[in-house]
Design a protein around this ligand. Structure first.
Ligand code: NIG
Ligand code: FE
Length: 411
């Protein structure tokens, strides 16, 4: 199967295979070709160049992209799209004045979703989740990380991870699975934190490892959830099963969790709405990717990750949706990119780098995803005709995607 895309107005994010992430000032540069062509062979980017040298090939499909932009599909490195039902009532409660923390304290929040999930069959959970996955593919996401964490029981966590596995088998989008048993303490363990962590380590992890259900391990390191010491226990246990850490940290408070994550060589630290100078120091020169989730900040009205300060310090940033029923019921990476530009003052170049190559890095996929590179997966967004790619974040509420190609398939 060959697809030739020609007359591309702007072909964005062209990189050599050696560039696996971009940091600091490098983020301001988005390498591109104008008046370009790109050839897809099966599921791979076979070649590309400018229209002066367009090859004579017998393509099965020829796409004329006159006036259009082509870029790699979004790499959404942080989602919770496998969940049951919704939390619309809590949304209304927050409008009426309750905070996210107050709702959680009265048994809402994560525990509310866990109750719903444990009452939902695996089949029904799959059905609800696949609808969300299909939606985000249409919105241009070609690689997605999905977390467990609404089971909080051995059966519930395994049910979620099995659903993620089925999604991976049935859809062309690249999926990484993260085990987030340490998302909240179930009420029966409210006074017995080490009892629940023992359950995670001694009961959940061995079963998950045996069925090969997870690629990464996560914990919600936060005041009122998992302390830094508890998070370290989880990271250490994950490591023993070959699961690198991707940790929820610094969402509401800074408790020196980032330093601990770096010590444990976490692949990513995610949220970072509250970041101290010490946190930035801890991240400098490390392989840990900071991941910002601006539509979470938008939805629950909390501060935005201080991107300018972090980029000025030479750090990389990835952007992701956090798609979940409580804090971000949206998987729209286009809106994430726009919100990062508008509210975090990231430039369009920085935001697109953060949502493609750095997102791929944050889920261990930058060898195959996140840029226009010969030999990488043919995962492409073809936009509608645009005045320039600045229109993507500028016209923030519009759907500017014409078509999406994932693994060489037109979606
Ligand atoms: O990333 N902060 C922790 N976990 C999720 C929200 C969970 C929920 O409210 O259901 C998040 O924002
Ligand atoms: Fe999250």
């Amino acid at each position: 199967m060959k697809i030739l895309i020609k007359n591309i107005k702007e072909l964005l994010q062209i990189r050599g295979a050696e560039t696996i992430k971009v940091s600091g000032a490098e983020m301001a540069v988005l390498p591109k070709l104008e008046n370009a062509w790109l050839l897809v062979e099966d599921n791979i980017i076979a070649d590309f160049g400018t229209m002066e040298d367009v090859p004579q090939v017998n393509a099965d499909t020829v796409i004329d992209a006159t006036g259009k932009t082509v870029l790699p599909t979004w790499c959404d490195s942080h989602t919770h799209i496998v969940y049951a039902g919704n939390r619309e009532q809590e949304f209304a409660d927050r409008i009426n004045g309750l905070s996210y923390e107050e709702i959680a304290a009265r048994g809402g929040g994560i525990l509310n979703s866990a109750k719903k999930l444990n009452e939902t069959s695996e089949e029904e959970l799959y059905e609800q989740s696949r609808v969300r996955l299909e939606e985000v593919m249409q919105l241009g996401s070609g690689a997605v990380e999905i977390k467990s964490g609404y089971g909080l029981t051995v059966e519930g966590e395994i049910k979620m991870l099995r659903v993620i596995k089925r999604l991976r088998e049935n859809y062309p989008v690249a999926i990484k699975a993260t085990f987030l048993g340490a998302h909240a303490f179930p009420s029966e363990f409210k006074e017995d934190h080490s009892g629940y962590i023992d359950l995670i380590i001694n009961d959940m992890l061995p079963k998950i490892a045996e069925e090969k259900l997870a690629d990464y391990i996560d914990a919600f390191c936060e005041t009122g959830y998992f302390s830094v010491e508890e998070t370290e226990r989880i990271m250490q246990a994950g490591k023993e099963y070959g699961l690198h850490a991707k940790i929820h940290v610094n969402q509401f408070t800074a408790i020196n969790g980032i330093e601990a994550c770096v010590k444990h060589e976490a692949l990513s630290v995610d949220h970072l709405e509250i970041v101290t100078d010490e946190d930035i120091e801890a991240l400098k020169g490390t392989d840990t990717m900071p991941v910002a989730l601006p539509t979470c900040s938008f939805f629950i009205s909390i501060p935005y990750t201080p991107a300018r300060k972090m980029i000025a310090a030479g750090l990389p940033i990835a952007l992701a949706t956090d798609f979940n029923p409580g804090t971000t019921p949206s998987g729209n990476m286009n809106l994430v990119v726009a919100t990062a530009c508008i509210k975090m003052k990231m430039t369009p170049e920085e935001a697109i780098n953060a949502a493609t190559l750095n997102g791929a890095y944050a889920m261990g996929l930058s060898a195959t995803h996140g840029s226009i590179t010969k030999g990488k997966r043919a995962n492409l967004i073809i936009t509608k005709p645009l005045s320039s790619y600045y229109q993507l974040p500028y016209a923030f509420g519009s759907n500017l995607i014409d078509s999406v190609i994932i693994e060489g398939n037109l979606i």
